[in-house]
Design a protein around this ligand. Structure first.
Ligand code: SAM
Length: 362
């Protein structure tokens, strides 16, 4: 049998059941996992062409829904127990009327915890953030994550394929900190031999800017390309959690921090002087599918039960056919029963998902 390049840790969904009473009324999958986090892609247009995500070739952009349709779908999901909503894309800040959607989502109350508020977060490349940070905050956004794959201006432009992008994004990060969206999370995907020289500089960046830097292992979700120079995923291109920890420890001793909550995907660290915070998200070398609490909505209104799903479920179509909120909720309950137990990255026979990251919503 071919060898499995990555160990399979904690893949068993039944682990998620430990300590939980049987869920009643809340959105639960057939493996007993409680689904509380919804990721909504509000567009799959993007103003960056990051080399590990986009092919650089122009393709057809699938449809986007009217903002009111996303708002209705989010409302139905919240009625089922969703407590965290992350708006993403594509690049969500390109989307007209985004502030309206943030405000409508922030005004919802968690159905099973009405005393608290919906946690509304956003993932952005930060290019348009400087002018939008305060309006987003005022509309009710709770948290923001900015994707940055280098803290060196030339390397940044090489990755995004947009000249001058680093300075704009840095101004966006600072504007978000100032607007009260801090500590901003900065997500960095490392590719071996490409931007892994940035690890120590990111540690300095976290300490100097007061942001939480999160390294994410690269997953096989890039757009397909005919270009022989394209960055294609292979097990050896992944810079693993163990390697990142070793490098950071050599920079300055790391101290591990406790997880913020049970479904936390990042291992959290600070340094021996307590300055800076680093998260490492290791879906490849340390899969956390057993704790997965996520469900996704694509920009054309399809439900995806896993990043690596082979199929979508057309909620927008159901809505267009005149379904009531209750019918939509019943349909969603049935769909999540088909949520995959886990991904199979690195295993023999692994199939890439039916859509790439930019078309799913990261
Ligand atoms: N445009 C926004 C942005 O740049 O953050 C939101 C969409 S982007 C697809 C969301 C996140 O997915 C980014 O942090 C990006 O680095 C990450 N991402 C894209 N492709 C990835 C891959 N193959 N593996 C891991 N993360 C990936």
């Amino acid at each position: 049998m071919a060898s499995v390049p990555f160990p399979i840790f904690d893949q068993r969904p039944e682990i998620a059941l430990a300590g939980f009473p049987p869920a009643s009324g809340r959105l639960t999958d057939s493996h007993g996992r409680l689904l509380t986090d919804l990721r909504v892609s509000v567009t799959n247009r993007c103003n960056y062409r990051c080399v590990y995500c986009r092919s650089g070739e122009d393709g057809v952009d699938p449809a986007e829904l009217p903002i009111a349709d996303y708002a209705r779908m989010i409302r139905v999901f919240v009625s089922l127990g969703i407590e965290k909503v992350r708006l993403t894309g594509g690049e969500p800040l390109l989307r007209r009327n985004l502030l309206e959607l943030v405000a409508e989502t922030a005004a919802l109350r968690p159905a099973f915890n009405p005393e608290s508020r919906i946690d509304v977060a956003l993932t952005t490349n930060g290019h348009l953030l400087e002018g939008l940070a305060q309006p987003l905050r005022d509309a009710g956004l709770s948290r923001i994550t900015v994707s940055m794959d280098a803290v060196d201006a030339a390397a940044f432009a090489r990755i995004t394929r947009v000249p001058g992008s680093y300075d704009r994004v840095l101004r966006g990060v600072r504007a978000a900190q100032k607007a009260g969206l801090g500590p901003v999370k900065v997500n960095c995907v490392l590719l071996r031999g490409f931007n892994d020289d940035q690890i120590e500089d990111f540690a300095r960046f976290s300490r100097e800017e007061g942001v939480i830097v999160r390294f994410i292992e690269w997953m096989p979700l890039e757009e397909a390309s005919e270009n022989p120079h394209a960055h294609n995923w292979a097990p050896g291109t992944v810079v693993t959690l163990d390697e990142i920890v070793t490098r950071l420890n050599a920079f300055r001793p790391l101290v591990e921090l406790p997880p913020n909550h049970q479904s936390e995907t990042a291992r959290r660290f600070t340094f021996d002087d307590g300055l800076g915070e680093i998260g490492i998200i290791a879906p490849v070398s340390r899969p956390f599918c057993g704790h997965c609490s996520r469900i996704r909505l694509t920009s054309d209104g399809s439900v995806r039960t896993c990043l690596f799903s082979q199929t979508d479920h057309d909620l927008a179509g159901l809505m267009r056919r005149g379904a009531s909120d209750t019918e939509m909720a019943d349909w969603i309950r049935a769909v999540v029963q088909r949520k995959e137990a886990r991904h199979h990255i690195g295993e023999p026979g692994f199939l890439k998902p039916s859509r790439s990251m930019v078309h799913i919503g990261g």
